[in-house]
Design a binder for this molecule. Structure first.
Ligand code: KIV
Length: 266
């Protein structure tokens, strides 16, 4: 089976086939997600919170993102890999944006990049797509603007904000994005945006009418449990399974049950 392409992702919207995206940051998780048959693996800058323990995504660097992206690329044979451009890797200048996006594509082997923002990033989207780098947009709740937004809350409830999101989505499509993440927006607004675009929307906390869905791996399997937004569905509670296994290991070492003869060399 070949690698999923941008064209196929766009076709899925036309066929009405939901697009499945999940985040991953390492080799084994990427392998598992790929074997499970997801369409897109996003190496999200959420890694900063769920893996590195930062308070938000702002401290994440290009160097960190490149290590995680390379590991994810090594793990997946079929899924498209999208690398998230971290805060300040594209906002300063178009030159910076091109240089950093190229690092993801050329050195890490990603197939596309994602960046946050609406009208303020249109020139960057245009340049990247002109030089052949597929770009996924991201509007609604954009965690890299957390200090401006003032908290992780639903966006686009007021008329002005709603209008801005609708026009940002249209502009991102015109600038060349092949898909757009809609994060934390009311489902009726997500529906309106989705119906107004010919490229797919991928929702997270944006209801059932988007063309696809994305969840953060650590939320989905229940490893990151400090904080659970309403839209997160936990399909497992792996944290408890891991903790039970480690507690058991600790007890067996303390009581000299492990290692036994079966786990030792003659
Ligand atoms: O960084 C991330 O994981 C994301 C998703 C929430 C879309 O941007």
């Amino acid at each position: 089976m070949g690698r999923i392409t941008v064209k196929e992702i766009e076709e899925m919207k036309k066929k009405g086939e939901p697009i499945v995206m999940i985040t991953a940051y390492d080799y084994p998780t990427s392998q598992i997600a790929d074997e499970a048959g997801v369409d897109i693996i996003l190496v999200g800058d959420s890694v900063g919170m769920v893996v590195l323990g930062y308070e938000n995504t702002l401290p994440v660097t290009m160097e960190e993102m490149m290590i995680f992206t390379k590991a994810v690329v090594r793990g997946a044979k079929r899924a498209m890999i999208v690398a998230d451009m971290p805060f300040m890797s594209y906002q300063v200048s178009v030159e910076d944006a091109i240089k950093n996006a190229c690092l993801f594509i050329k050195e890490c082997g990603a197939h596309a990049v994602k960046l946050e923002g609406g009208r303020e990033v249109l020139n960057i989207v245009e340049r990247l797509t002109e030089i052949g780098i597929p770009v996924m947009g991201h509007i609604g709740l954009t965690p890299q603007s957390i200090h401006k937004i003032g908290g992780y809350r639903v966006q686009g409830r007021e008329e002005e904000a709603k209008k801005k999101l609708i026009s940002d989505a249209k502009d991102l499509e015109k600038a060349g994005c092949f898909s757009i993440v809609l994060e934390a927006v009311p489902m009726d607004l997500a529906k309106e945006i989705t119906e107004n675009l010919s490229i797919p929307t991928i929702g997270i906390g944006a209801g059932p009418y988007c063309d696809g869905q994305v969840l953060v791996f650590h939320d989905l399997v229940g490893i990151y449990t400090h904080f659970k937004p309403k839209f997160v569905k936990r399909y497992a509670l792996i944290r408890d399974i891991i903790k039970d296994a480690i507690v058991k290991y600790k007890e067996e070492v303390k009581t000299r049950v492990f290692p036994d003869k079966d786990h030792s060399y003659k």
